[in-house]
Structures are given as structure tokens and as C-alpha cells.
Design a binder for this molecule. Structure first.
Ligand code: FAD
Length: 409
């Protein structure tokens, strides 16, 4: 097991500086334009693909860094540049991870390249789980996948919502119910290949923030996919369902829930790292502004009322980063999350981003409230972190249940 370190090594610093350069030179200057356009920033994605940032190889390298600091460092820098554009760059990764985690080697080799495309023909992927009536309550999912044995095909029907890259992705990864009796244990994930009949974009959402990231409904109307599109394969699914049926009533539900929770605990620090990036960006703008803006004949930072806010902002950001780094290190090294440390990092970092970006607006006064300065955009963007990948309330629920062993509602 790698030791927990709180300082990046030379190689990690080089990667961080390279990403920071891309975020500062390419992402940040494009942020206001794509926020207004509310569209996927294809030219930025192409640029990111050209230099190797939009690629599975890059994320795999960061992911397998045994210190656990590769992914959070990369995400912090990209989201420091701009959250909406950065989500467009990393959104495909959510679907790719779904395939990496559950797919066979053949599925990984076939589908992941089609998710990214290449620098001349950039492609996207989408991970479709949430539904209009199944957000926090994943077990209420209704999208159904039924096996047509005669044709070795799965037939999928349902509507997914709030899907990042939904409908514009080349490859969609869809979670669907295969056995309604088993609740969330009766779910399976499917690849919906490019141009599959019956798979279409529904409503595209106009959003409060991260507007450079496309979010839409995905409608699945008698979508037929070959048996080979079931992630992990039929044999593995049948075994898993048989085990789940056997365990039902023997405390097995708890064990399966625990396995699912371990997966979430491992992915939540990634959202925490995004939030740290946005918070740090707003803090830096506020610090510089406070040092240069003069009122009453002196820089506003000369007032404790302003300086103390900056002290609190920086303290919270550093604390959030430490929680994120700890949880990322635990995930990579397989340390059990006995106090829901992954949820803690996501909860604290996302609430920090909301608070710090609001404080930044306050410090910039009237300018902070206008689109002449980036902090109002950062504040709008920050609001997503307490919602997706489990809301703050759900994180508190998970932490409290883990600490107490009580099924708190
Ligand atoms: C921009 C954006 C991008 C997204 N991208 C994706 C994507 O790519 N793929 C995907 O599948 N999903 C995606 N989502 C969906 C996201 O994961 C859900 O919105 C999120 O899980 C919350 O679900 P909900 O919106 O249904 O809220 P609800 O579950 O309806 O919650 C509403 C409120 O009730 C509270 N609440 C609910 N249950 C409890 C409880 N038991 N105790 C206390 N409070 C509770 C919540 O905390 C929240 O405050 C995205 C959402 C957005 C906005």
C-alpha cells in the first residue's frame, strides 16, 4: 500500500503544471463564451484531444497512480479553468469507467475507443442512470431491459433524464431493470451503440450553471441491442441475480448494498476535486480583487471584514482538498471506508465551493454580480456539486448511517 502523502512528487507536479497551462490558456478564456452559448465546446474538446487530455490513456494513467493523487489533481486543475467546459472534457470518463468496471476485455476494447474517437473526429459518451422518478432513490428505476432469447437481443424501454452528453453521445451506457423483484440488485448496464434505432434525445435542459456541458433526456423506445452489449455478459449476470435471490432474506441485501456503497465512496472524491477547483478559482479572483480595489483610500483587504473572509475561504479549500486526497488515496489502495470518508470529502468540498463562490461575489461587490467578472459564473457552476453523484443530504445520510449503524431516514 502506498503511504498517504500530502505533497505531489516531481512527476505529478509536472502533470499538474501542464494541465494548469491548458486550463489557463485554453479553457478559462473560452469559459464565458460557451457559458452563454450553452453548447458543448467542440473546438476546446478537439484541442484537448490533440494534446492528449481528452483520452482514456490520460485518465488511466492518473487513475492508476498509487498515491491516489493523480485524478484529484487533474480534476482540480481542469475545473479551475471552467467547470462547464471541464465537465464536457471529463463527462465521457463517467461512462468509460462504467465499462471499465463492469465490462469484459472485449467490451472494453470495442467500446471505449468509440467513446473518445480521435483528435480529428472527437466523440462523446454518456452514462444514463437517473430517471424522472428515480434520482436519489435509484431503486425506483423503471427503465426495463427484457431478453429476447430467440434473437439474443435485449429490448430496452424507458426514459433517462439529466444525462450529461445525453443524445449527442456516440455511445450511451444505460442502466436498466432486468429483475424488478430484486430492487437495485436487479439492475444491469448496457451499451447502446451509435445510431441504434429507438434511442433519441428528449428535452435538452437549460441550466443554472455548467452551461457548457450538455444535459438532456434520453428516450429509449424499443431499443434493441445485441446480447454482447450487456456489460459483463449474460453468464455473469445470471450468476449475480441467482446469488441476489438466494441472499434475499439471509442478510444478503446488506452485503450487496455495502458493495455498491464501496463503489460510490470511491467515485465521490472525484466530484470533491472538481468542487475544490471551482472554489480555488473564485478565491484567487477574490484575493486579487481585494488587494487592488480601493475604497476609503485603502485596498479593501485592509479591512478585517474582507481579509477574514479570505482567510476562511482558503482554510476551507485546503481542508476540502485534504479530505479529497485522503479519500482518493483510500480508494486506490483498497482501504475500507469505515467512516464514509468518500462521502465526507464530497459533502465538504461541494458545500465549500458553494460557500466560497458566494463569498467571492460579496468581496467583488457590484462587479461580482455582473458577467464582467467570472465569479458569478463560478457560483452558478458550484451549485451542481451538492446535487449530482448524490446530494449533500444523501451524503449526510450515508455518513450518519455508516458511523451509527442505524438505518437513519
Ligand atoms: C447537470 C446535471 C448533470 C447530471 N448528469 C447525470 C448523468 O450524467 N447521469 C445520470 O444518471 N444522472 C445525472 N444527473 C442526475 C443527478 O445525479 C440527480 O439529479 C441527483 O442524483 C439527485 O436526484 P434528483 O434530482 O431526482 O433529486 P431528488 O432525489 O428528487 O431530491 C430532491 C431533494 O430531496 C432531498 N432528498 C431526497 N431523498 C432524501 C432523503 N432520503 N433524505 C433527505 N433528503 C432527501 C435531496 O437531497 C434533494 O435536496 C445529473 C444532474 C444534473 C443536474
Amino acid at each position: 500500500m502506498a503511504e498517504f502523502i500530502m505533497e505531489l512528487n516531481e512527476e505529478q507536479k509536472e502533470v499538474r503544471d501542464w494541465l494548469h497551462g491548458f486550463a489557463a490558456d485554453v479553457i478559462r478564456p473560452a469559459a464565458a463564451e460557451w457559458d452563454e452559448r450553452e453548447e458543448t465546446p467542440w473546438p476546446v474538446l478537439q484541442e484537448a484531444a490533440k494534446v492528449g487530455i481528452y483520452s482514456l490513456d490520460f485518465y488511466a494513467q492518473q487513475y492508476f497512480d498509487p498515491t491516489g493523487l493523480g485524478v484529484p489533481t487533474a480534476l482540480e486543475e481542469l475545473f479551475w479553468g471552467d467547470a462547464g467546459i471541464a465537465l464536457s472534457i471529463v463527462g465521457t470518463g463517467l461512462a468509460a469507467v462504467g465499462v471499465l468496471a463492469n465490462g469484459t476485455e472485449e467490451q472494453i476494447g470495442t467500446w471505449i475507443p468509440q467513446m473518445y474517437g480521435d483528435a480529428d473526429d472527437v466523440k462523446l459518451a454518456a452514462f444514463c442512470s437517473s430517471e424522472p422518478d428515480a434520482g436519489s432513490d435509484v431503486a425506483s428505476m423503471r427503465t426495463r431491459a427484457v431478453y429476447d432469447e430467440a434473437k439474443d437481443e435485449w429490448v430496452i424501454n424507458g426514459t433517462k433524464t439529466w444525462v450529461t452528453n445525453g443524445g449527442i453521445a456516440n455511445v450511451h451506457v444505460v442502466v436498466a431493470v432486468v429483475d424488478p423483484e430484486l430492487g437495485s440488485k436487479g439492475h444491469a448496464s448496457f451499451i447502446v451503440p451509435p445510431d441504434t434505432p429507438g434511442c433519441s434525445q428528449g428535452q435538452k435542459f437549460q441550466k443554472h450553471g455548467i452551461r457548457a456541458s450538455h444535459t438532456a433526456e434520453v428516450v429509449l423506445d424499443d431499443v434493441r441491442v445485441p446480447g454482447s452489449c450487456l456489460l459483463g455478459g449474460k453468464e455473469k449476470l445470471d450468476e449475480r441475480l441467482a446469488r441476489a435471490r438466494e441472499r434475499a432474506g439471509h442478510g444478503g441485501t446488506e452485503r450487496v448494498k455495502n458493495a455498491a456503497m464501496a463503489t460510490f465512496e470511491a467515485s465521490r472524491p472525484a466530484v470533491g476535486a472538481m468542487a475544490v477547483g471551482t472554489a480555488r478559482a473564485a478565491y484567487e479572483v477574490a484575493l486579487e480583487y481585494a488587494q487592488t480595489r480601493e475604497q476609503f483610500g485603502r485596498p479593501i483587504i485592509d479591512n478585517q471584514g474582507v481579509a477574514f473572509q479570505l482567510a476562511d475561504m482558503r482554510t476551507r479549500i485546503d481542508a476540502a482538498r485534504l479530505l479529497v486526497w485522503r479519500a482518493s488515496w483510500m480508494a486506490v489502495n483498497g482501504k475500507p471506508f469505515t467512516a464514509a470518508e468518500g462521502s465526507m470529502s464530497k459533502l465538504y468540498a461541494s458545500e465549500t465551493a458553494k460557500k466560497v463562490t458566494a463569498q467571492a461575489i460579496q468581496i467583488l461587490g457590484g462587479n461580482g454580480y455582473t458577467r464582467e467578472y467570472p465569479v458569478e459564473r463560478m457560483h452558478r457552476d458550484a451549485a451542481i456539486y451538492t446535487i449530482f453523484e448524490g446530494t449533500s443530504e444523501i451524503q449526510r445520510l450515508v455518513i450518519a448511517r455508516t458511523l451509527s449503524g442505524v438505518p437513519i431516514r
